[in-house]
Design a protein around this ligand. Structure first.
Ligand code: TRP
Length: 366
């Protein structure tokens, strides 16, 4: 255990292509973090085993999306020479550690986890919770601990997972000896970015609501989605005063617009505040704001689209990246598991001292 090391571990379930909510909420941050030399190692995990816990009957969905998510990572600018991208299910040491971790927490502890509670409701699992799904917070603790992750950049909804992880790690260390490192959550630094609403103004972008703008959407699709975005239902005539609250166009502008965009596309205004003032005063139409937002979004998305196109033409290399990343993850995992087994006193076959003492115990001397 080396508490001074700064190791990032984070991941995504491969249940669909990534959207701009993922981008502002986490991907953009990771791209910055990979340039920061103060981190010793960055692991990014495609959490297919966790995704199976509520998609057990649909493995083909995950099979497709492991590649899609990897393409989105590379498109967003993650650099495989700086971050280690790997596939969870291909690192069996994760499953082993999760199994030992299950002894260090309780059913009632997981039952109290608010994120799990909401997810159970959303999936209509109340009457019949799959056991694997119920245990996923424990498996997530193992994801972090196996790599000695000390910094976990995730959304607010993952807070209870990080708390449970640290509880389990403390319990492990106090029962078996100091082997594992506690971790810290790293939340998005911008409130708008923490929960970007869908294009319909609803709480969160989600595939099932059909309100996402995907990183891989072509230009025309993005434009169409922006044109039909939810704004202010009371803003009927251009001259009417508009409201900003719950107005998705302005929430997106908060997340994506910089002063320089006004210089480039709408020099009548200096900054977003001026635009907002005009909108709330009345006399500014939604379509103009949407056109501006579209220009900004296209500017953000174009380099992502181009990088994606490049990698789409180099799929064997993408698989090579995954293969290498997974190999590295396994090596680290095997080292940690060796330490864990020794600490837990279950390293019988590798423990010469144990064998010797037992030989001494039973050898009869004449
Ligand atoms: N639960 C995370 C999500 O749904 C994905 C995940 C799995 C994860 N294991 C992790 C995130 C470990 C951080 C650390 O987005």
């Amino acid at each position: 255990m080396n508490p001074k090391k700064k190791i990032i571990l984070t991941g995504d379930r491969p249940t669909g292509k990534l959207h701009i909510g993922h981008y502002v909420g986490s991907l953009q941050r990771r791209v910055l973090l990979q340039e920061d030399p103060s981190f010793d190692k960055i692991f990014i995990m495609i959490a297919d085993a966790q995704a199976l816990t509520d998609n057990a009957d649909n493995p083909d969905k995950l099979r497709e999306n492991v590649l899609e998510v990897t393409l989105d990572y590379l498109a967003a600018g993650l650099d495989p020479t700086k971050v280690n991208i790997f596939i969870q299910s291909q690192v069996p040491e994760l499953t082993e550690l999760a199994f030992y971790f299950m002894n260090l927490t309780t059913v009632s502890r997981v039952q109290r986890n608010p994120t799990v509670k909401t997810e159970i409701q959303m999936r209509n699992f109340e009457a019949n919770i799959p056991l694997g799904f119920f245990c996923y917070p424990v498996s997530q603790a193992s994801d972090i601990a196996l790599f000695h992750g000390t910094i976990v950049p995730v959304g607010e909804d993952q807070k209870p997972m990080i708390e449970l992880t640290n509880e389990i790690i403390r319990r492990f260390n106090s029962v078996y000896g100091e082997v594992l490192d506690e971790c810290e959550i790293l939340l998005p630094d911008n409130i708008v970015c923490m929960r970007l609403p869908g294009t319909d103004g609803k709480a969160k972008m989600s595939k099932s609501l059909g309100n996402c703008i995907y990183l891989s959407d072509p230009k025309e699709v993005v434009e169409k989605k922006i044109k039909s975005m939810y704004t202010d239902p009371e803003h009927l005539k251009v001259s009417d005063p508009g409201h900003l609250e719950g107005n998705a166009v302005f929430t997106y502008l908060d997340a994506f617009c910089k002063d320089e965009h006004f210089e480039r596309y709408w020099p009548e205004y200096k900054n977003l505040q001026e635009l907002k003032d005009h909108y709330t005063r009345g006399g500014l139409g939604d379509m103009k704001c949407k056109k501006f937002l579209n220009q900004i979004m296209q500017e953000w998305l174009e380099p992502i689209r181009q990088r994606r196109h490049y990698w789409e033409q180099h799929i064997p290399e993408v698989y090579q990246i995954l293969r290498q990343g997974t190999e590295t993850a396994r090596l680290v995992g095997q080292q940690t598991i060796a330490q864990v087994r020794a600490a837990m006193r279950i390293n019988y076959l590798d423990d010469e001292e144990l064998q010797k003492s037992q030989i001494d115990k039973y050898t009869t001397t004449k």
